[in-house]
Design a protein around this ligand. Structure first.
Ligand code: SF4
Ligand code: SF4
Length: 381
């Protein structure tokens, strides 16, 4: 059954001239990137290892990732990584895994620490804890937080940006996508409504984003409408083909689910056409900035101003690449790892395209083809 969360429209017609096209802390403007050349502005990190969902492609067993004999970062190790990165310029931290960050009793404590350090937390979540009062209480009652509304209020105080998993409006499809967990979608919708009520989408840049990833053969036809639905409500949207990493490390796995190049080019160009019509950017800006790996939002600059620190202390190029290892925090300082990294050499670059995906999950010349297709659509008008 299709259930649309009740979220009022914010931008009915044109977007404001000063509109910032990224969720807060996710990517950085060209001005910030150039003014802070050589600094680590963002880190992707893993925090915790538990998740009660059961997505079909997830590599975890019994709700946890098995790290084998690898040493795993403890709370104090992660704090040290952040403090070291702060000295190198850190402004935001993205929580990627290795589980659902809200299913960890020390998560709020960690967010409070980040807040004291003036670092923006950017949190990927499926929304199960926020949208379920019992779970919000289970994981947070020791902070005096006993329901979803109180949890959301705390997140607002802590200046968090939320990237909420959002693959479908259809409850059956969405429940299936997290492992056939009945009632999941209703909790996710409740989480979204609570966040909106608390004003997470009232700011510019927005602090609320829908992670619609990945683009698959099933959703490629509905993503344009979902994108428009989100953006008119000042919810950013993350839309990109699946990464050849983690759960989809085998090429055969992602080629089974990823649509054809033609369909991808079509989707991206329609999204950019809509952006131009709505004034999210001008054609001159788009030509200057280039097409983003995340359709329609600011280009990814993670690989010029960030790195990914996994729970085992390995430092990787970015979350889309589990092969390019820069070092590990047990044997070398974060500063050294950063200074000799390939990302540091790219410092100052605004839109980096997407080195790990180009030629793999994003076909070569893809961005140029999107621009060419966009030109065709515009000429036809
Ligand atoms: S939400 Fe993420 S960590 Fe949890 S089961 Fe799904 S893919 Fe795995
Ligand atoms: S470089 Fe590509 S895979 Fe890596 S974070 Fe950016 S968009 Fe994602």
């Amino acid at each position: 059954m299709k259930i649309e969360p009740k979220i009022p429209i914010i931008y009915k017609n044109k977007f404001p001239k000063n509109f910032v096209n990224t969720p807060d802390g996710w990517a950085f403007s060209e001005k910030v990137i150039k003014a802070n050349k050589g600094k680590i502005l963002t880190l992707d990190i893993d925090f915790g290892n538990y998740c009660s969902l059961n997505c079909p492609h997830c590599f975890r067993r019994n709700n946890k990732v098995d790290f084998g004999k690898n040493k795993v970062m403890q709370y104090s190790d992660i704090v040290k990584v952040i403090k070291d990165a702060k000295k190198l310029g850190l402004r935001s931290v993205k929580f990627l895994g290795a589980g659902e960050p809200f299913e960890d009793k020390r998560f709020i404590e960690f967010l409070r620490f980040l807040h004291a350090e003036k670092i923006i937390p950017v949190i990927f979540t499926k929304g199960t804890v926020i949208g379920d009062d019992e779970l919000a209480k289970k994981w947070n009652s020791h902070y005096g937080i006993n329901n979803g509304k109180q949890l959301v209020n705390e997140l607002k105080k802590l200046n968090a940006t939320i990237l909420l998993g959002f693959n479908s409006f259809d409850t059956k499809v969405q429940d299936e996508m997290v492992g056939g967990i009945k009632g999941y979608t209703l909790k996710r919708n409740k989480a979204l409504e609570l966040l909106v009520r608390a004003g997470f989408n009232k700011t510019n840049p927005t602090r609320l984003c829908l992670a619609m990833n990945p683009i698959t053969k099933q959703n490629v036809k509905v993503l344009l409408e979902m994108y428009k639905w989100a953006r008119t409500r000042n919810l950013a949207a993350i839309i990109t083909p699946t990464m050849v990493a983690g759960r989809c490390a085998k090429e055969i796995e992602w080629s089974k689910i990823t649509p054809s190049k033609k369909e991808l080019v079509n989707l991206y160009s329609k999204i950019y056409k809509w952006n131009l019509e709505k004034g999210i950017s001008t054609i001159e800006q788009l030509k200057h900035d280039g097409v983003s790996a995340y359709a329609g939002v600011m280009g990814c600059n993670e690989v010029a101003c960030g790195m990914y620190v996994t729970l085992t202390g390995k430092v990787l190029r970015c979350p889309g690449d589990d092969k390019t290892l820069f070092g590990d925090i047990w044997s070398e300082s974060l500063k050294n790892i950063w200074l000799k990294s390939e990302n540091y050499k790219r410092a100052g670059t605004f839109n980096c395209g997407c080195p790990p995906k180009i030629g793999k999950s994003i076909p070569k010349s893809f961005f140029l083809e999107v621009m060419a297709q966009l030109d065709k659509i515009k000429t036809k008008k």
